[in-house]
Design a protein around this ligand. Structure first.
Ligand SMILES: Cc1cc2nc3c(=O)[nH]c(=O)nc-3n(C[C@H](O)[C@H](O)[C@H](O)COP(=O)(O)OP(=O)(O)OC[C@H]3O[C@@H](n4cnc5c(N)ncnc54)[C@H](O)[C@@H]3O)c2cc1C
Length: 480
């Protein structure tokens, strides 16, 4: 086990656990797949593949910008890791001064969640440096560096439902239980996708495809350049399956953790000795539900089925061991019971697109809006100003017909630490969906979209932007 300490590059201190030894796979040879004709399920203007935070935002924005939009999702819900992965702690949407800079669809979703489905500090306290408030919220994942932030926890079922209703309201054709396997190609550019479902193999033809798979499945298979480095000493490259315990008293647990630091450290040391992989709980949207988003396991690849299986097996065993240990030794956990383990494995990083531009560590100190800014992200520490996200981070270096959004956009390793967070995925999704629809409307490739028109459309949708040369946007009625 290694302990990673918090720095100006990282928001969290965390323990990470090395992988089990890999059993090499035997070479069983190959078989030939017969060529065949497959039915076209549908034609559309914008096809979004993947219904995580980025794909949901992309589809909602594409439809709102007037495109006939289809979304393919391999599971039975929207929200991706933010719901099915039980990553219910939405990272910081305010900057270090307390200003809400993650807006647009992100803000709309949080505003529309029903009362009781979202927990976090009051708006009046965002940016507060009052010691008592910061101490209270730092235990509840909503204050860092002594500053209260808007980084709430949410009810995953409510977020699934709301994301789904938002897309249906906007006229998006939703297709669940459908796994996109290969891109359709036409003269070297992406022209749709082939997917597998209980009906077998079918195709969707599209003018523009938005790859929101998180793992870059579509752009990688279409031949776009990408990075897939695994940094074994970094939290951002760890995997694990999250879970929740119910029947707990988080108030008592937090009082123990904050009030008895020596007893807490002793508890953690005994837990590691007893369980091996061991982690602490996070708060959720309810005081009787505890969230475990670890133990973080390093050295595994999210692109290897044996590694994915090994992470699931270890995580489920760790969940059972945690329940026994916490029930026996943790104040507030005496009556805890297993509520749910995540249906989606927690992958922080698989591939990152190589784009025409990127979010780069060397630009963090600059603080100036880039001319192609399509979103703004808070920096990882108050030492840095807000960071500008360029349109080119969504556009492949050479591949046409496709845009990327979410945790696999073009950025360097350091910037990936925050660009993969849920708020930033909503932002890049909204920009990708809007740009895809504008490309269709103008009859151009995504790389040739008029960025000033894109910025105007995003501003019209309530996105926080600092455009250098805004132009008027002419809305079109959303597709029916
Ligand atoms: C354990 C863990 C803890 C984290 N902690 C936080 C945190 O505290 N706060 C925070 O803000 N962020 C956190 N993150 C990061 C965040 O959850 C993700 O990076 C974010 O959800 C990524 O959004 P996305 O839309 O890019 O991809 P995903 O959420 O991964 O969604 C991708 C979707 O695409 C679907 N899909 C994939 N491939 C295909 C295919 N071929 N065909 C059809 N559908 C497909 C998937 O089923 C999924 O629904 C954490 C991540 C992990 C793993």
């Amino acid at each position: 086990m290694k302990t990673i300490t918090r720095t100006d590059e990282r928001i969290l201190s965390a323990d990470i656990f090395e992988r089990d030894a890999k059993v090499p796979r035997q070479d069983w040879g190959t078989v030939r797949e017969a060529e065949r004709q497959i039915p076209v399920y549908r034609d559309c203007e914008v096809l979004v593949v993947g219904g995580g935070p980025s794909g949901t935002a992309a589809a909602a924005a594409a439809a709102r910008t007037g495109a006939d939009t289809v979304l393919l999702e391999r599971y039975n819900h929207l929200g991706g890791l933010s719901t099915g992965g039980l990553v219910i702690w939405i990272d910081r949407m305010t900057d270090w001064k307390g200003e809400l800079v993650i807006r647009g669809i992100a803000e709309e979703l949080l505003d529309r969640l029903p009362a009781g489905a979202v927990a976090g500090p009051d708006r009046a306290d965002w940016g507060s440096t009052e010691a008592a408030k910061a101490a209270h919220w730092s235990l509840r994942t909503a204050a860092y560096h002594g500053i209260v932030t808007w980084s709430p926890t949410v009810d995953p079922e409510r977020l699934k439902l709301l994301s789904q209703e938002l897309l249906i309201e906007r006229g998006v054709k939703l297709v669940y239980h459908s796994w996109a396997c290969v891109p359709l190609m036409d003269e070297g550019r992406v022209a749709g996708a082939v997917f597998e479902s209980k009906e077998g193999r079918m195709a969707v033809r599209a003018r523009v495809v938005v790859d929101a798979t998180g793992d870059g499945d579509l752009f990688a298979r279409a031949g776009a350049a990408f990075e897939n480095d695994i940094e074994e000493a970094d939290v951002h490259h760890c995997m694990n399956t999250s879970w929740m315990f119910a029947g707990v008293d988080m108030g008592r647990w937090l009082a123990f953790r904050a009030g008895q630091p020596e007893a807490y450290n002793d508890f953690m040391a005994r837990g590691r000795a007893a369980c091996g992989l061991f982690d602490r709980p996070f708060v959720s949207w309810r005081d009787d539900v505890a969230l475990f988003m670890g133990p973080r396991q390093t050295g595994y690849s999210a692109l290897d089925v044996d590694d994915l299986t090994a992470v699931e097996v270890r995580s489920h065993r760790a969940m059972a061991a945690h329940l026994d240990f916490y029930r026996a030794h943790a104040p507030g956990f005496e009556n805890a019971y297993l509520m749910v383990s995540a249906p989606q494995v927690g992958v922080r990083h698989a591939r990152r697109l190589r784009g025409v531009d990127a979010v780069l560590r060397r630009r963090w100190p600059e603080g100036t809006p880039l001319p192609t800014e399509i979103g703004v992200t808070p920096a990882v520490s108050p030492k840095f100003p807000n960071i500008s996200i360029p349109y080119g981070a969504l556009v492949p270096e050479a591949l046409d017909g496709l845009l990327a959004c979410g945790r696999h956009i073009s950025c360097d390793k350091n910037s990936h630490g925050f660009m993969r967070e849920i708020p930033q995925c909503w932002i890049t999704g909204q920009a990708a969906g809007t740009a895809a629809a504008l490309a269709v409307r103008a009859g151009v490739q995504p790389r040739d979209v008029d960025v000033a028109a894109l910025q105007a459309a995003l501003l019209e949708q309530g996105v926080y932007l600092r455009p250098t040369a805004p132009v008027a946007f002419e809305p079109v009625a959303a597709a029916g």
